[in-house]
Design a binder for this molecule. Structure first.
Ligand SMILES: [Zn+2]
Length: 315
């Protein structure tokens, strides 16, 4: 049995060292198994620790990458986008700004695009019109909630109103487990405080700008992180966030061309790959596995579009 904290120095790529990383106990046990199987020979790679666990006798089979589209954990689309326009966007978790917008989106046929139900903290109309009963009804029908959250810097909505809406939303998703994408701009400690008071199944912090200490607390609260290119270089995503809590996002805007999403996602994948000392394709596989874990944890598979379900890697 392994006890206590292990300080691990392991080469995870040609140039990078994942030093002083804190590993959850199951990863340390897995590391011990990998080292044991190799009889202390060779390097332990990033995917040994975070990739799918395999029987060492089994031939290594990975999904052909061409068949795995980019996965964007956070983007906006205008409801008027046609299925044709969305076809080249890859797999996307689409966020909405208001309940009204959420009701306008329909699932494009045969595309791996899912819609969330949101109430943006910067949107005065959405905040004023928020209705917890209607929100709960909409949540029953979707695997995703977002964008919701708090913003003390750029919002014209009174903070008290934002906090009240956020609490009512958290109360619903504490009962109905969902992937919940949370905005926390300049409100990172407030968001953590609310999550501490009302724990939910899968909070996903988008565009996270918290300190290292706040990041560690967020990890302890069960948070995932959808990483945008603007923050992907920050070392806390390597030192304070276990890779199995990472997702990638474009934060594509309402009127941006959907076909550009895979380029933006791939760019973040490259940034994270350099950080983590692995290949860009490893990051892509990793975020798909992380989404699959979220879907299992929230029991929301059947609420996702079939085209998205079909892309989730097997356990
Ligand atoms: Zn946001």
């Amino acid at each position: 049995m392994i006890r206590g904290t292990v300080r691990l120095e392991v080469a995870v790529g040609p140039r990078r060292r994942l030093d002083k990383a804190r590993f959850p106990l199951d990863r340390i046990e897995r590391l011990a198994r990998v080292v044991d199987e190799r009889q202390a020979g060779g390097l332990v790679s990033f995917m040994d620790l975070w990739g799918p666990e395999r029987d060492p006798q089994e031939s290594v089979e990975t999904r052909p990458m061409a068949a795995v589209p980019s996965l964007d954990a956070y983007a906006h689309f205008a409801p008027a986008r046609t299925a044709d326009e969305l076809r080249s966007a890859g797999a996307v978790l689409g966020m909405t700004l208001s309940l009204e917008e959420a009701m306008q989106h329909s699932e494009p046929p045969n595309l791996p695009i899912a819609w969330g139900v949101g109430c943006h903290p910067r949107n005065p109309k959405a905040q004023a019109a928020f209705d917890a009963g209607r929100f709960a009804e909409l949540v029953e029908r979707t695997a995703l909630v977002g964008e919701i959250g708090l913003d003390t810097r750029w919002s014209r909505v009174a903070l008290a109103t934002q906090v009240e809406t956020f609490r009512r939303i958290l109360a619903v998703v504490a009962r109905l487990p969902r992937l919940v994408s949370i905005h926390s701009y300049s409100a990172t400690s407030l968001v953590l405080e609310e999550l501490r008071n009302c724990p939910i199944a899968v909070p996903v912090l988008h565009w996270w700008t918290g300190t290292v200490a706040q990041t560690r607390e967020a990890v302890a609260l069960g948070c995932y992180f959808s990483v945008h290119s603007a923050v992907a270089r920050q070392s806390k995503f390597r030192t304070a966030v276990p890779p199995n809590r990472l997702l990638v996002e474009s934060d594509h805007g309402w009127s941006d061309p959907p076909a550009a999403i895979p380029c933006r996602v791939e760019w973040v994948e490259h940034l994270l790959a350099q950080h983590l000392g692995c290949r860009q394709t490893d990051v892509r596989e990793l975020v798909w596995r992380n989404l699959a874990a979220i879907v299992r944890e929230t029991g929301t598979r059947s609420l996702l579009p079939e085209a998205l379900q079909a892309l989730l890697p097997e356990d």
